[in-house]
Design a binder for this molecule. Structure first.
Ligand code: PRP
Ligand code: URA
Length: 212
């Protein structure tokens, strides 16, 4: 897996405020949205474009526009929803598919409770959004869904990732033979005994939406 850590002072600044336990939900939502826009810039570096001609007020010029087939953005509910607008802002032609997953906090395995994806994803560039890559169970399950539908170009956009989660995605994706790119704002040290990222930012869904 290719891991790209967005190394930029604005990313580090926003991430630091997100981590702060005293940051309230409205501020957390705004910063998550801003961070995703910065990550989206990196994540879409290889998005497909086609050449077009454009008439400026002065002369004809050659440019590009986002090409078909349209990219697919897949937020993993619930916390991934907090990243959707920031991604759509930079990728306005994208379609959106949804996956609802919740981690069983006893087993740390992901349960899927909702799925709304196009049937055929062959040839589509897919961008999966989930703020936290902890054990990797949720992201791995999401990527397996996409691969079963024919996806072979997958980029995951996360705010924080733990080494354990990265290793799991690497292992499982090598087994299925699909390369995955991860774009992340920060790489953290480890997981604690409850599967939380350390130092992390706590429960991303609760901090975004305030309901446990
Ligand atoms: C959180 C987070 C990820 C998952 C990461 O979701 O948003 O989806 O945990 O953990 P993992 O890498 O160990 O699978 P959660 O299950 O809390 O659901 P939520 O988004 O509804 O809060
Ligand atoms: N899910 C979260 O929201 N935070 C963690 O640290 C781990 C899983």
């Amino acid at each position: 897996m290719h891991v790209h850590v967005a190394d930029h002072p604005l990313v580090s600044h926003k991430l630091t405020v997100l981590r702060d336990a005293s940051t309230d939900s409205p501020t957390f939502r705004r910063l998550a949205d801003e961070l995703v826009t910065l990550l989206a810039y990196e994540a879409t570096r290889d998005v497909r474009v086609e050449t077009v001609q454009v008439m400026t007020p002065v002369a004809q010029a050659q440019g590009v526009r986002l090409a078909d087939p349209r990219p697919l953005v897949v937020p993993i509910l619930r916390a991934g929803l907090g990243m959707l607008e920031g991604m759509q802002r930079l990728l306005p032609t994208a379609e959106v598919g949804f996956l609802g997953m919740v981690r069983n906090e006893a087993t740390l395995e992901a349960d899927t409770y909702a799925e709304r994806l196009p049937d055929d994803l062959s040839g589509r560039q897919c961008y999966v959004l989930d703020p936290m890559l902890a054990t990797g169970g949720s992201l791995a399950a999401a990527i397996h869904f996409l691969v079963k539908r024919g996806a072979d170009h997958i980029t995951a956009v996360c705010l924080l990732a733990a080494p354990e989660g990265i290793e799991r995605i690497e292992r499982e994706m090598t087994e299925v033979g699909v390369p995955v790119t991860l774009v992340v704002a920060g790489l953290d040290e480890r997981l604690d005994e409850n599967g939380y990222i350390v130092p992390g930012l706590g429960d991303a869904g609760d901090r975004l939406y305030g309901v446990a």
